[in-house]
Structure formats: C-alpha cells, structure tokens
Design a protein around this ligand. Structure first.
Ligand code: AHG
Length: 340
C-alpha cells in the first residue's frame, strides 16, 4: 500500500511514459472508463433505495432479461466513450450489433472497445458483487472511417489494455496495459480511484476452485476428474481445496487472483461451447491473469489470448487462475480428451 494517495489518473500518466511515442490517447480513454465506472458505482450503491431494480422489458442478444441497471450501465459507458472522441466503436454484451460512432471526432479515434457493462447481472437483485469488464484494441481500419468487423475480431493477444471494475464491498478498478496488473480502490469521500494494489501477482498454486457444480453431470470427463482431484484429501498438496462460487465472473476471478485458485466455466449440455464470451469476458480476464503471472486456456490446450474470434458474441470454455492449477486441469482434460 503506497504511503501517500496516488490516483488512477496519476498512474495512467506515469505508465504512459513507458511508451515514448504515446500521444496520451489511451491514457485519456482509460480515464474516461474510470469516470463511467464512478457514475455506475454510484447508481449501484443506490440501487436498493430507488425503484431501479427488476427486469426491464428488453431481452438482450443472449436471450436474457436485461435489468434496468444493465441498461443504465450500457448507456453510461457508450455515451462516455462516444464523448471521449478517442474510441470509434464498442461491442457490448447488451447490443446485438456493434455500436459504431460516426461523428467527426470519433471517426478519427484510434481505439475500439469490447465490454460487458454489467456482468453477473442476476446478482443485482440480491446485493451481491457485480462487475464491468473491458478490453481495448487499436483499430486495424483506417482512421477517419467507421470501424469495421475486423477491428473487433482481433485475437486477445492484440489487446493494448484490459480491465474490470468490481462493485463489491468497495468498488475497485483493476487494469493492465501490458506492464503488470494494477488495482485501485474507490475512495467515495474524494470520488477518486486510489492506488491500492500496485503489483498484483497471483500465487502459482492456490487452494480454491470455482465452478458451477450444478452443471457437473454435463462437464467433460477431464473436468469432472479434476474436480474430484480438488476434493480428494492429500496433505502433501494441501487438498481438498475449498469450493467458492459467486456466479459473478469479476468477483470470482478477483478473489482467486488475490488468494490463488482456479475458475472454470467448461462446456455443458446447454452451453456446448461454454457460456462465457470470448471478446468481452474471457479475453480481458485472460490478459489480466497472464499479466499477474497466471494462465487462461479453453481447457483444450489453447491459450485464450491466441484464439481467433469469428463472431463478436462468440463463447468459449474458460479455465483461468493460478498457473499450476490451470496446468493440472489441462492435464486431466488431455488425459480424458477422447471421452465425453
Ligand atoms: P449474468 O450476467 O447473466 O448473470 O452472467 C454472469 C456470467 C458470469 O459473470 C458468471 O461467471 C457466469 O455467468 C455464471 O453462470 P452460471 O450461473 O451458469 O454459473
């Protein structure tokens, strides 16, 4: 913990100096994300007090009911990014199609964003932690023109920055520009994200496994065997591990990042390619995991960040967290790869 208050904006500017040719556009974009996050955090904190809970009438592209706070968060982030003039378009979980900005300022923008504005939304009504996840790419299309599908279908290894905001017992923003993973905690009294976790390094081996075991019967055999391994007693390897599962990716991942653990969302009967979305859930989380010394794979030997996306709302199986644990899960998956 630093001995004086250092704000998010100070750190963003410090990190920019590591890139001598940077013009400050990414820094400004990250500051805008921080601003939008503060607006959303304030609304979430008041959610129990005002009549904002409950389903809105819209259903999103995944066939899920959008709740009012999802809609609010989506609008706040889209409007803030549009106003930044640095971002030329957004792919959001809440929009079927890409949102392309076409005002003169935005058309000249260098970056596109993939985001889930309010992840874990089924937890809103019960006052459980939720999050925002974002991923930033340099556009591949020409500046001055509208963004294209190719701008959004870049593999995760092309991310220039990624992060999440965790709306928990306190609000945190964790992000990386490829120089390690850094965490900030919102001080509500001054309205600033303050540096609280300068170098986030996840333990190589943890004691937590996080997976929705309600789907166990439909998991691949390798994942079932790995879960049994996590549950077995073995003093030498500190097993059994503890099972912890909130159902909010940001909260589950954040806990495991801090304490050491593995998060898994495998294929299931109802989600044969997994549930989580590559562009705005798995890629940004994978980027942060790797930057903190962890791993992220699809359980089939493929690094998440190397998967070539084919669809903006594509889903993939997801295994992430402490390096040794993800590798062990992969070994089980490999051993049973020919079995259902
Ligand atoms: P939603 O935003 O629809 O609540 O989805 C949350 C995501 C992710 O945050 C979480 O890890 C996962 O879905 C939980 O899914 P299950 O309820 O199927 O376990």
């Amino acid at each position: 913990m630093p001995s004086r208050i250092i704000t998010l904006n100070e750190v963003i500017i410090q990190k920019q100096s590591a890139f001598p040719y940077a013009k400050g556009e990414l820094s400004r974009l990250l500051s805008h994300i921080g601003l939008a996050a503060k607006i959303v955090a304030k609304k979430i904190n008041k959610a129990g007090l005002v009549n904002i809970l409950g389903d809105s009438k819209n259903v999103n592209v995944q066939g899920e009911n959008q709740q009012k706070l999802d809609v609010f968060a989506n609008e706040v982030f889209i409007n803030t990014m549009r106003a930044s003039g640095i971002c030329v378009g957004i792919t959001s979980e809440e929009n079927d199609e890409m949102v392309l900005f076409d005002d003169d300022l935005s058309l000249d923008g260098k970056y596109i964003i993939c985001m889930d504005p309010l992840d874990g939304s089924s937890n809103i009504d019960v006052n459980v932690s939720i999050g925002t996840i974002f991923s930033i790419y340099r556009r591949v299309s020409s500046r001055g023109e509208k963004a294209t599908l190719e701008d959004f279908l870049q593999p995760g290894n092309k991310q220039v920055a990624a992060g999440y905001v965790l709306y928990g017992s306190s609000t945190m923003m964790v992000y990386s520009t490829g120089l390690g993973t850094t965490g900030f905690t919102l001080d509500n009294t001054i309205g600033e994200f303050c540096l609280s976790h300068p170098y986030m390094v996840t333990p190589k081996q943890g004691k937590i496994f996080s997976v929705n075991q309600g789907n166990f019967i439909n998991f691949p055999r390798g994942t079932k065997e790995y879960i049994k391994y996590c549950q077995e007693k073995d003093e030498a390897t500190n097993r059994p591990y503890s099972a912890r599962y909130i159902g909010s990716l940001v909260a589950d991942f954040h806990r495991n990042l801090m304490k050491g653990g593995i998060f898994m969302y495998p294929t299931t009967g109802s989600a044969p390619t997994g549930k989580l979305r590559l562009l705005y859930e798995c890629n940004p989380i994978a980027f942060l995991a790797e930057q903190a010394g962890g791993l992220a794979t699809d359980g089939l030997g493929n690094r998440i960040l190397d998967i070539q996306p084919t669809d903006i709302h594509q889903r993939v199986p997801f295994y992430t967290g402490s390096k040794d644990m993800v590798q062990r899960a992969e070994e089980f998956m490999e051993e049973y790869k020919d079995e259902k």
